[in-house]
Design a binder for this molecule. Structure first.
Ligand code: SF4
Length: 458
């Protein structure tokens, strides 16, 4: 008899909807129906029971074809690559659970690797601004229950986070926002008239690459000073109108996306956005939040900050300490300079997202992709290891875009024999220890001398 499972989390975008109802077949192998998810979330669950899943690791052969191998053989291959490499890069983690991220950090420390996540190519610039200027943020629940003014700046949730507006920002009725959309003002600031802009009360068309100038104009007006007749393509009257709404809000949230942190100004745009949020708090209550993309891309920042002290771009190649310097220890920069000699791509697609020159350098060395799916990174890898899909076949903790941890459930059994990222990394760690013992390799440096000083902890 089919089983209905409630309160299921969606393993796709950073909204982390946890109100899905999934009906599965009585053998626990097929999803029959998904309720409450958007079209993208729905597809993830149906994909899991599709016929095109890879069920065994695949090793590239000299003639370019793939040959199925066992998990034991794949673990042995991966461990040997890490033992041999002087500076391996372990990158990705947008789509796995925190348990897998913690196990990977242990492997990275053991192997003296650089450990990095997709923030390196998305909201890493936000991290830099937050280090500089703090993060006056809130939870999505607070926005839903309290916010009467919402700003989307350089983000288009109608496409990238389809249920963000209906669950948390524009449409829902909360404790103090009982009128829902009718009680809220929505402002969209973007060079493009997006589908999100269509539902806004006010659309501000900033000139591309001039966000910083517009923030400066808002800050100037908020402080009661005068500005020119036009700034960043926006008329003074509209700047005054918006600034007035911002100051008079009871509670406001600025949701910003890659349009802000990846256009001209990058971390400086986020820095000044935070400064403007702080300015507004002289008058009322304002908060700011990054629109994180993958469902658990906030996870590695939290897990690795606990365990290594840094959220991304963590160089542990010296083995006795962790070190972070984006631009030097960030994945693309390392790859462009051809400084790493093995590459692990986990739960992401560096083949599709990295510049071609970076991919070409990485391809000179062993490339291992760990992913449930076929993607560009799996198709150019020397070894592709499939794993269970977190949130569908593997339970675990994920961090929503507002850094709230959520326990995700398992709704299906993984294909027979397919293991989780966590188990895979634990087995690779174990195999590295065995190889080092067999070959009489000892760690050098303080980390080996005193396990208490382990970078990632246990
Ligand atoms: S909005 Fe995001 S988390 Fe929610 S159902 Fe859609 S894809 Fe999944």
């Amino acid at each position: 008899m089919p089983k209905k499972i409630e309160n299921v989390g969606c393993p796709y975008c950073g909204v982390c909807c946890d109100d899905l109802v999934v009906t599965v077949s009585d053998d626990g192998r097929h999803v029959l129906e998904v309720e409450n998810a958007c079209a993208i979330g729905n597809e993830i669950f149906h994909h899991a029971s599709g016929d095109n899943r890879i069920k065994l690791p695949r090793l590239r052969q000299p003639d370019g074809t793939y040959k199925d191998i066992s998990y034991d053989e794949a673990v042995d291959y991966a461990a040997k690559v890490l033992v041999k490499a002087k500076k391996p890069l372990i990158y990705g983690f947008g789509s796995t659970n925190c348990e897998g991220m913690a196990a990977a950090a242990k492997v990275a420390e053991k192997a003296g690797a650089v450990l990095d996540n997709c923030a390196s190519i998305c909201h890493g610039s936000s991290f830099l601004a937050i280090f500089d200027n703090g993060y006056p943020s809130c939870t999505l629940g607070e926005t839903k229950n309290r916010a009467d003014v919402i700003v989307y700046w350089g983000s288009n949730p109608a496409h990238a986070h389809p249920r963000h507006m209906s669950r948390y920002s524009i449409f829902p009725r909360g404790f103090f926002t009982g009128k829902g959309h009718k009680g809220r003002k929505i402002i969209v600031i973007d060079p493009r008239y997006t589908d999100t802009a269509r539902v806004a009360d006010i659309y501000v068309q900033v000139k591309q690459g001039q966000d910083y100038d517009l923030f400066n104009a808002f800050r100037t007006v908020i402080h009661g000073e005068d500005i020119p007749d036009e700034v960043a393509g926006v008329k003074k009257e509209q700047i005054l109108e918006v600034a007035d709404i911002l100051k008079k809000a009871r509670f406001g949230t600025i949701f910003y996306g890659m349009g802000l942190c990846h256009s001209d100004g990058r971390n400086h745009n986020v820095d000044i956005a935070i400064s403007m949020t702080r300015d507004l708090n002289d008058f009322t209550k304002w908060t700011i939040m990054a629109m994180r993309g993958h469902y658990n891309i906030a996870g590695p920042g939290v897990v690795w900050a606990w365990t290594t002290g840094y959220p991304y771009c963590i160089d542990m190649s010296k083995k006795d300490h962790a070190y972070m310097n984006p631009g030097e220890t960030s994945s693309i920069d390392l790859a462009m300079r051809d400084e790493v000699d093995a590459f692990f791509n986990i739960g992401t697609d560096a083949g599709a997202h990295f510049p071609i020159e970076a991919v070409k350098h990485l391809k000179k060395h062993p490339w291992i992709t760990i992913d449930p799916n076929i993607c560009m990174a799996s198709e150019i890898a020397d070894l592709h290891i499939p794993v269970g899909i977190v949130g569908v076949e593997v339970p675990g903790i994920v961090y929503r875009m507002d850094n709230v941890p959520i326990q995700y459930r398992q709704v299906l059994n993984p294909p027979e024999g397919v293991i989780s990222d966590e188990e895979l990394f634990e087995r690779i760690h174990q195999r590295i220890c065995e190889i080092e013992a067999e070959e009489g390799i000892t760690q050098t440096g303080a980390a080996a001398a005193d396990t208490q000083k382990s970078i990632v902890g246990e």
